[in-house]
Each structure stands twice: as C-alpha cells, then as structure tokens.
Design a protein around this ligand. Structure first.
Ligand code: MN
Length: 268
C-alpha cells in the first residue's frame, strides 16, 4: 500500500482567519510516521516550498489542494486542485499496488489494512447521510453529491487507470476535481457503505467517510476514525491533541444539544 499526498507551504487562511497551529508539512510528517509504523510506503509531492517530497510544479501556485469554495462565485466553481488526477497518474505509473490518495490536509491516524482488497477498482469515501440534509448541500448537489474528493483509493487495475484518465479529462473540462469525481463515481441513489457498484465497467466501492475521511469534528465522535481531514472549516482542529479530543467528546455534544433544543418550537 502506498500513501500518496501533496501540498505546498502556503500560509493557510479560511474566510480571512489564519490557523496558527496548522501546517501542511507538520501534518504530512505525522502521516509519514504513521505510515512507517503500519508498513505503508509514502509518495509525497511538493507543490511549492513544502520542503519534503518530490517537486511537482503546477502552473499557478495559488492552486493549492485545499478543496473549498470561497472563490466559487468569482471563478464559477473552479477549485484549486486541477493537478490532483495528474499526481495520481504519476504515482500509479510508479507503483503496482493500492494507492491511497490523501489531500494535503488529510492525516492518516489508524491502520487501514482492511481497505486493501481486490473486489474494487476505485474506492471513494461517502459523505455522512446527515451532511446531505441541508440547504447548502442541496444547492451544491452538482459539485459535492455523495463523495468527498479528499481521500480516494486506486487499485492497480486497467479499469482504475482508465477511470483516472477520464477523471483527468473531466476535471479539466469542468475545472473541478470533486465535481468530476462525483459524476464518475456516484450512482443516482446514495449508495450503502461497503457496497460495490459497477459504473461504466469500473467497480466503485463506497467507504464510510466517518472512518476514512473524518471531518465531522463538530457533529460526531472521532472515535474509530482512521483518516482525519482538516478541511477549511475544521482546520483549527489540527493538531488533534488531547485537549481537542476532550473538547469533541465533552463539549461538542452539549453545544449540539443546546442548539437542538433552541431550534425546537416551544410546546404550548
Ligand atoms: Mn482537503
């Protein structure tokens, strides 16, 4: 198994806020340590000043793998990760084994041996059902649909290679890797976790996002999560240390309970 990731050294901000404890390099170094411990190989691409990994220059350095949408209005839903399929292609050409692609802000924390099976070509991580039930998601259904593109599994099969070629073309056309991935990997109905669907001859397996692409720090317990994804809105949870774990375990349920009670219409 190969863990593939990439980032540059940009100072991260989300909606104007900087994250003083967040660093792509530090996060990727954490993943490298975990990978060594579990016996996985690492393939790291440096998209600019990361200081570790193989250099990969992208045409526009402002296009960094963060995958959020604050520029969506101006750029018409162009994300900054057009190079993602290209990096996957490079890595697949080098290795003849399962490749686990992680966004630069996704951290491996647990053993994921169980995903290395031969019953699929492409493995995607499903958004939790509750995430689909809000107005933002309904308005952006076309782009975000059922899977998040921050963690994706690629088996070394001809069908997987074909899929990546199609994903690269469609990403270029749409200007959005996540929209392209959702178009290529989602059936019409929300699929069940751990099932395999055959789409255009490609066996797509659906993995639970709560385990393999966990960004639900404000909604659910992180116990059992094996890959954390510190995407834009939850970036401040990195590093996920004891203090933050306790916050998530003890304080978050109270915050959610209070907001639930407040939203409830008062009984007369
Ligand atoms: Mn990300």
């Amino acid at each position: 198994m190969v863990i593939l990731t990439c980032a540059n050294a940009a100072k991260e901000t989300h909606e104007g806020k900087a994250f003083k404890n967040f660093s792509f390099r530090r996060l990727i170094e954490d993943t490298i340590k975990r990978s060594e411990y579990f016996g996985y190989k690492m393939d790291v691409y440096d998209l600019g000043n990361l200081g570790i990994g193989e250099l990969y220059s992208i045409e526009d350095e402002s296009f960094v793998a963060t995958g959020y949408y604050e520029k969506e209005v101006k750029s018409g839903y162009k994300t900054k990760s057009l190079f993602k399929p290209e990096i996957v292609k490079l890595s697949m050409a080098k290795h003849d084994e399962l490749i686990v692609y992680l966004d630069g802000d996704a951290q491996l924390c647990g053993c994921i041996d169980e995903v290395d099976t031969d019953d699929y070509d492409i493995g995607v991580t499903l958004r939790d059902v509750e995430e689909l039930d809000n107005d933002w998601h309904r308005e952006h259904m076309d782009i975000v649909k059922y899977v998040n593109a921050g963690v994706i599994f690629f088996r070394p099969t001809p069908k997987a290679r074909e899929f990546v070629e199609n994903w690269a073309c469609m990403t270029e056309q749409l200007g959005n890797d996540q929209m392209a991935l959702n178009r290529l990997s989602c059936p019409d109905e929300y699929p069940k976790a751990w099932t395999v669907h055959i789409l255009n001859g490609v066996r797509v397996k659906y993995f639970p996002g709560k385990v393999y692409n966990f960004y639900y720090f404000m909604e659910a317990t992180a116990l059992g999560a094996k890959i954390y994804h510190f995407k834009g809105s939850v970036r401040h949870f990195y590093p996920f240390d004891l203090k933050k774990r306790l916050f998530c375990l003890c304080i978050v349920p109270i915050i959610n309970l209070v907001s639930k009670v407040r939203k409830k219409p008062v009984a007369r």
